[in-house]
Design a protein around this ligand. Structure first.
Ligand code: TPP
Length: 551
């Protein structure tokens, strides 16, 4: 006889869901017990649910297949919610299996009883509590095909303990995934008309359009029509580096994004949303598309973005246009005392071919994009939903999906602390991740935000909420305690040497850099660091941005 849990596991692996990030409890014990009967499922223990959900996100971004998570009732799911939110925003497929009390037990309102479906709905497009063992495998098949999309989605299957432990289930074969359609002729023609006109037009690429085929097609269109290429601010997965078409990312700061978008008369969206400000600020615009700019959607997230771009290549006669390719270029290796820019410079100087960069460096990573533009080809995984604590778990998942590729996680100290338990999973699984922590002893970005929202003269209590001094976080000790070899470096020379060592040696490493907080306590218009960062933006943008930011 096959239990529900066994049939569920078989259904998952038959559909290509062969990795499960787990943090189980009693209600999931039958699923756990069934794991040894389905050895094709790789189970990876995480010590906090936010690690499990973020790892599932990173895994799917790189493997193009969903992973499963195994979570413990509403509380466990709730602990994993921030990274499920990030996955939802990034259109990343995840199948959550959330254990629940046995169906007959719920009426007693035992300790862990809660409304799981309500928690799940926040980030899941599909939620179901499986009602019977016989039905469980087909519920799972539906969860998987829904998660795959496109677009990728979070699907949450709630598994009562008795549905899991009872006999009488049969695995079901996978359902065929939906074929994403290419944009309709009329839609392509509308975009082509905009591109043929003489008015300033940009293509804004997001989601799957930021992979090589989409980038190349977009680059041909730009070459043939003079359109500008823009990428969404926080890409799920962007292929970039030497040999690939360069593309300018929309800035996080709305003030800068407005400069990038100014003068546009047509904006063509390709698996991307029209740009909006991350937050609202008193007296500032939320919707960043300039007045008078027409927005056209060539491909929605459910569409074939690259295929639609190819259709647009044809429509504008760009088939023979050349593809712009980024020249290889590395910055010099930094020397002397470190600051955040020099850390980014060191990463760019040694970034290996095929690296996967999980970027949660926050303010310390302002210059990362420009410094790594000509580094060997790599994938950039960004913080898609703004909920911090994503970078290390995503690195875990990416490393499991791509065991032959080096993973570099760039972490603000504040962000790293949300899901620091990721290091333990990296150590246990022997993952090739190099985590670089920018320890600026501050929630530095919130100092900028304090000013941007117009809060005048913050008092000492306000400032304390953004300051991480006392006690100073010691990432070397934290990493060692979680089983990851770690060092603190003080100079550029040291950092380069340690990066090269960490990348060459198998298994995880953590490098702590203590860097000045670039914004703490400074007025925005007196920030030399930000000015230097601006200097590295394309010249016209930098000029215009300076005029606005530093009047
Ligand atoms: C889940 C979640 N909680 C809180 C925040 C608010 N927040 C945004 S950035 C930030 C601090 C980031 O600090 P750090 O990683 O050290 O980077 P820095 O700003 O110093 O560059 C916080 C607390 C958030 N975005 N998400």
């Amino acid at each position: 006889m096959t239990t529900g849990a066994q049939a569920l596991l078989r259904t998952l692996v038959d559909a290509g869901v062969t990795t499960c990030f787990t943090n189980p409890g009693t209600s999931e014990m039958h699923f756990v017990a069934a794991l040894d009967s389905v050895p094709e499922m790789r189970s990876v223990l995480a010590l906090f649910e936010g690690v499990a959900t973020g790892a599932a996100d990173g895994y799917a971004r790189m493997s193009e297949r969903p992973a499963a998570t195994l979570l413990h009732l509403g509380s466990g799911l709730g602990n994993g919610l921030a990274n499920l939110h990030n996955a939802r925003k990034g259109k990343v497929p995840i199948v959550n299996i959330v254990g629940d009390h046995a169906t007959y037990h719920t009426k007693y309102d035992a300790q862990l009883q809660s409304d799981i479906e309500t928690v799940a709905r926040n980030a899941s497009s599909w939620v179901r509590t499986s009602q019977s063992t016989g039905q469980l495998p087909s519920d799972a098949a539906e969860a998987i095909v829904t998660a795959i999309g496109p677009p990728g989605q979070v699907a949450t299957l709630i598994l009562p303990a008795d549905v899991s432990w009872s006999d009488g289930a049969e695995p079901v074969p996978p359902r065929p995934p939906a074929e994403p359609p290419v944009a309709a002729k009329a839609v392509v023609e509308e975009a082509a008309r905009a591109l043929r006109g003489r008015r300033k037009t940009a293509l804004l690429l997001g989601g799957r359009a930021l992979r090589e085929p989409g980038l190349e097609a977009a680059s041909r269109i730009a070459a043939a029509t003079g359109a500008t290429l823009l990428a969404e601010a926080f890409p799920t997965r962007m292929e970039r580096g030497a040999g690939l078409p360069p593309i300018e990312r929309i800035a996080y700061l709305a003030e800068l994004a407005s400069v990038q978008l100014s003068g546009l008369r047509h904006l063509i969206l390709v698996d991307a949303k029209a740009p909006v400000s991350f937050f609202a600020y008193p007296g500032k615009k939320s919707y960043l598309v300039p007045n008078g700019c027409e927005v056209h959607e060539l491909a929605a997230p459910a569409d074939d973005a690259a295929g639609s771009l190819e259709a647009l290549v044809e429509a504008v006669g760009a088939g023979s246009a050349g593809v712009a390719r980024q020249e290889p270029a590395r910055p010099e290796r930094p020397t002397g005392e470190l600051d955040a820019d020099k850390v980014c410079q060191a990463v760019a100087a040694v970034l290996p071919e095929g690296a996967i960069v999980s970027d949660e460096a926050q303010t310390s990573g302002v210059t990362l994009s420009s410094l790594t533009a000509g580094s060997p080809r790599h994938d950039l995984l960004a913080l898609t939903g703004g909920a911090i604590g994503q970078g290390l778990p995503v690195a875990v998942g990416a490393a499991i999906a791509c065991p032959d590729r080096p993973v570099i996680a760039l972490e603000g100290d504040g962000s790293a602390m949300y899901t620091i338990q990721s290091l333990w999973t990296m150590a246990r699984e022997g993952l090739d991740v190099t985590a670089v922590v920018f320890n600026n002893r501050s929630y530095a970005i919130l100092n900028i935000e304090l000013e941007r929202v117009g809060a005048e003269r913050p008092g000492p209590t306000a400032k304390e909420q953004l300051d991480l001094h006392g006690p100073d976080l010691d990432f070397v000790s934290l990493a060692r305690g979680l089983g990851v070899p770690s060092v603190r470096v003080e100079t550029g020379e040291d950092l380069v040497a340690q990066l090269e060592r960490a990348i060459a040696e198998p298994g995880p490493h953590l490098i702590e850099t203590v860097v000045p907080s670039v914004y703490s306590g400074l007025r925005l218009r007196a920030m030399p660091h930000a000015l230097r960062a601006l200097e590295k933006l394309p010249r016209p943008i930098a000029k215009a941005a300076k005029a606005r930011l530093y009047p």
